[in-house]
Design a protein around this ligand. Sequence first.
Ligand SMILES: *Cc1c(COP(=O)(O)O)cnc(C)c1O
Length: 311
Amino acid sequence: MSTGELSRLQRTLGISLPSAEVAISPAWHNEQHVRLWVKRDDLIHPIISGNKWRKLGLALQQIMQQKPCQIISFGGGYSNHLHALAYCCQQLQLPLRCIVRGDYSKNMTPMLTDIQQWGAKIEFVDKLTYSKRNDEDYLNRIKQQFDNPVIIPEGGSQQQALHGSAEIINELQQSYDYIVTPVASGGTMAGLVHGIDLIAQVSSKILGIAVLKGQDYLEHLVKDLLPEAQNRSLSAQWQILHDYHCGGYAKKTPELISFCEDFYQDTHIKVEPVYSGKLFFALKQMIEQGYFPANSKILAIHTGGMQGNRN
Ligand SMILES: *Cc1c(COP(=O)(O)O)cnc(C)c1O
């Protein structure tokens, strides 16, 4: 794979990498006992959500070399992934078909409206059909129907996605004891773990904050994405925490919502309640509870997603 071509693609789309790495000191109890930084992947592009580019970059670069007739991908009605992908496809003149869970045809979300305006086709399917999105039979049928399309799984989380998220580790300006990221479909977390393994002198522990109820399920998603060897050797280097999802995917509590507002007041960094808000809210609670040893250096990955913060 040629990094030169990926850089060219990033320039074409106006992606600005590496992302900034900034120190913060929010007014949290016990915050003075640790040292906190944020990797601002939320700032890499005004439309393309941070970790979605990390996951899609290499796949799109490969697609550009083969010019397929059709790209097909999956997501919910508020999907940051489909939104980012649809924008990229419009810019790169690649035909995209989005398979969306649930029928939003009469109450389109702002994301779906954007996606449609950018020229992608949307197909609404019921929950049962959507649940087959990774089944071989179902995917084979789609492949026949569309003359061998490129299929990108939900969230963009596939093997090629690891390369871009691993690049986060490559960009780091200093070493950290902990790197903390939100986890939904696991691609970002798997990429960070992969990155740690590729770069021998980095020994940070990767902590994932589950944004949905998924004990064991999320661990399996991450393991399945990791190359075999790492899958076994690195199990001690990463861990997913399940106490901070606030009731499930996209569920919000009043505490979470006021936390997001306070965090912005404190740091001037915008967060939303689905991913980054839960990440920093978890960090606040962990720091208050003394989870991290004194003087730990902690890096939080702000994965972006601000486009999702509208209704
Ligand atoms: C999709 C998304 C995530 C989840 O990343 P996974 O790789 O699916 O675990 C986290 N943050 C934001 C902003 C996202 O859009």
